[in-house]
Design a protein around this ligand. Structure first.
Ligand SMILES: Cc1cc2nc3c(=O)[nH]c(=O)nc-3n(C[C@H](O)[C@H](O)[C@H](O)COP(=O)(O)OP(=O)(O)OC[C@H]3O[C@@H](n4cnc5c(N)ncnc54)[C@H](O)[C@@H]3O)c2cc1C
Length: 390
């Protein structure tokens, strides 16, 4: 027997902390499995960690198109979403390389609280499915267990830049250089009169502003960046090997346990899939454990080994690799190869550090910086605390 919204009468309620992509995906999966779902979100609406900035939903870690994979787990692309087949990559020597694929390399989506964002699309689907969302309600505990989808707890990398309006033609550009983005890359994304420019850094966070301004100057010089009404934005991400994603009857999804792409920070696909895997099992830790290990653990491990390799290469090595890679053809195929679960990478990854799961951590009151470790855990080593200035 089912209730008005399709749930089984007396169906258990799955509680979820956080209405980001991972939390909403978990709630949608729980509803599809016949359970009730209640989501608690500490802010007044979805997407408020973001500012209308563009993000890329990557389409290279599996052969299945990411939108087909999402459709298969019950998530529709009811948000603004543009396939990107080509982009321009600047190597550390400043040389531009145009790359093109026969299939979308990634899909451009917007994050934030405005109409058309990924966040509002997921919210609409969740409400339509009968998920209850309680806004402006911060949860510190889930008495009966449930799903923790709180987003990143600490900053292993940051992205900072500007969101703006522009008359520039649509285009996607990336630049790899230690002078613009230590350990990472800078990007400029323009679509239908809106633009996002940012530097994604893995070190030297204290000099964030300097790298952002260098990135702006770089894209002004190379592609004629123009903007109106620039607004600053920034955020952080967690990167480490996920050894466990549940504590008792609390299941951690998305960035909360560290599901992220260690190489470039494309965490969205992890968030949506880990949420689905936790939600469809109705909150069972055993089912979730089996599912994320099968679908996400190898990817997480390989991406972290890729990061180590990227760091070892430095600017000179990256310039060499990019020049060789561009000559090698389709960038999507190349990325697929880089992210493939090679046995040697999986073996090396076992030696990479993992971290314990954190309890519900609060940011330091009043702190708005993107680089500090307000969400730092008490278990960070002394050298780690000194490096972060915590
Ligand atoms: C600037 C920037 C650019 C990025 N670009 C890309 C990109 O191009 N491609 C890509 O794939 N990924 C990108 N990422 C990463 C991607 O945004 C994240 O991996 C993804 O948002 C993680 O989703 P999540 O649901 O785990 O967490 P979040 O999106 O952070 O959602 C967590 C939610 O939980 C709420 N919350 C937290 N604590 C509580 C509490 N105690 N009670 C109630 N609610 C709570 C928060 O308010 C938030 O709404 C980027 C990240 C940043 C910061």
């Amino acid at each position: 027997m089912t209730g008005p919204a399709g749930e089984r009468v007396n169906a258990p309620t799955l509680e979820v902390v956080g209405a980001g992509p991972s939390g909403l995906s978990a709630a949608l999966a729980a509803r599809a499995a016949g359970a009730r779902a209640t989501v608690y979100e500490k802010r007044p609406d979805v997407g408020m960690r973001f500012h209308g900035d563009f993000q890329g939903l990557e389409n290279w870690t599996s052969d299945t198109d990411v939108l087909d994979e999402l459709a298969g787990v019950g998530i529709d692309a009811n948000f603004d979403c543009r396939p990107v087949y080509e982009f321009v990559c600047f190597d550390p020597g400043g040389r531009a390389h145009g790359v093109r694929s026969g299939r979308p390399i990634f899909y451009l989506v917007r994050r934030g609280s405005d109409a058309g964002t990924l966040d509002q699309g997921l919210k609409a689907q969740a409400l339509q499915a009968g998920v209850e969302i309680h806004f402006s309600e911060r949860r510190r505990r889930l008495e009966a267990g449930g799903i923790v989808a709180e987003g990143p707890h600490r900053a292993d990398a940051i992205a900072a830049g500007y969101q703006f309006e522009t008359d520039m033609a649509d285009g996607c550009y990336g630049a790899m250089s230690e002078a613009l983005a230590p350990g990472g890359y800078s990007y400029l994304l323009v679509d239908r009169g809106r633009g996002t420019i940012a530097t994604c850094m893995f070190a030297d966070f204290h000099n964030e502003r300097q790298y952002v301004e260098r990135t702006v100057a770089f894209f002004r010089r190379t592609v004629g960046l123009q903007w109106r009404d620039p607004r600053r934005f920034g955020g952080s991400g967690n990167f480490h090997r996920v050894a466990t994603a549940s504590v008792g009857d609390h299941l951690y999804v998305g960035e909360a346990p560290g599901f992220q792409d260690g190489l470039f920070g494309f965490g969205l696909r992890y968030a949506l899939l880990s949420g689905y895997l936790a939600g469809r099992g109705g909150g069972s830790p055993e089912a979730y454990d089996r599912a994320w290990r099968a679908r996400l653990a190898g990817l997480n491990a390989v991406s972290l080994v890729n990061r180590r390799l990227f760091e070892v290469l430095g600017d000179r090595g990256r310039r060499f690799v990019i020049r060789r890679a561009v000559a090698g053809g389709d960038p999507r195929v190349l990325l697929q190869r880089i992210y493939a679960p090679a046995a040697w990478k999986l073996a090396v990854a076992r030696w990479l550090p993992s971290r314990p799961l954190l309890g519900h951590a609060d940011p330091v009151q009043g702190c708005e910086c993107t680089w500090c470790r307000c969400h730092r855990d008490a278990t960070a080593s002394a050298p780690e605390r000194r490096r972060s200035g915590a």
